[in-house]
Unconditional design. Sequence first.
Length: 299
Amino acid sequence: VSLSAYFLLNSIGWRWFIVFNTAPIIVCFILMRSVPESPRYLLVSKQKKEAKQALRTMARWNGKELPPKFILQKVEDEATGSFSVLFSPQYLKEIILLTITGFAEILILFGIIVFLPLALYSGFCSGDLQPPTRDCVKIEQSSLKDLSVVTSSGMVASILGLLSAVYFGRKLTWKISSIFGLASVLCLFKCINLTVTKACLYLLKFSFICHFIVTITLMPECFPTTIRSTAFSVYNSTSKLGGAIGCGLVYFLYYMNPSYVVGMFSTAAVMVVVCSMVWEKETKDYVIADTSTHHLEQQ
């Protein structure tokens, strides 16, 4: 999106720029027709034949083969999806650390979306900058170029973060990316020159995108299927709250003093580091004992 902004925004205008960047959603509608329905939903909806067919399709796409005859059984358990199970001692530590992390890292990532154009336009250099004025001006190509370079870190981090989590483990990648993220935020307090500031912003976004990739990898690996949706709902709620607070506070604090924004990012980064250091579970090669399997064995 940022790269297309550099080439298109000032030439075709913001309206056609939005049309250009939302057009690929048509591909999603086309691909949706080839994606099988959730076997769990089909089973609950008493469509057992369709549920088996969906599982066979998924197995075929993954190069696996299911037995010719297999049994699907719906779990009859009142505790399925229950908050009491999610916040039981067995999962309490994981859900608390993940939700706090989600709140803090999305606060930073959403806050950066608002902060970057303001900072790059004004030549942000921490405490040396006086409170900026609220000017409405055309974005120059040079600012769009800087914005494209800094935000490109997200694409690189998404790939490298996933590879690191696969080859070096979730826990190590989580800890290292959080430390680099905090270091890059703290460097913004010291103004050297604009180039160094851009490098710090690049590393900041890179580090927390890496951390975010590991976070969403950990979520399904920490909770069994019977409470996974509930865990994701808790995580998503706190994360979106963090994103909304981050965006609002950046705009509010920036016009008071841009250094206040760096202070907010630093506080959130410390929260991420603490949660990452406290985290002990490595889920790379961990096979979770699914609650539904346990329930069936009891039956």
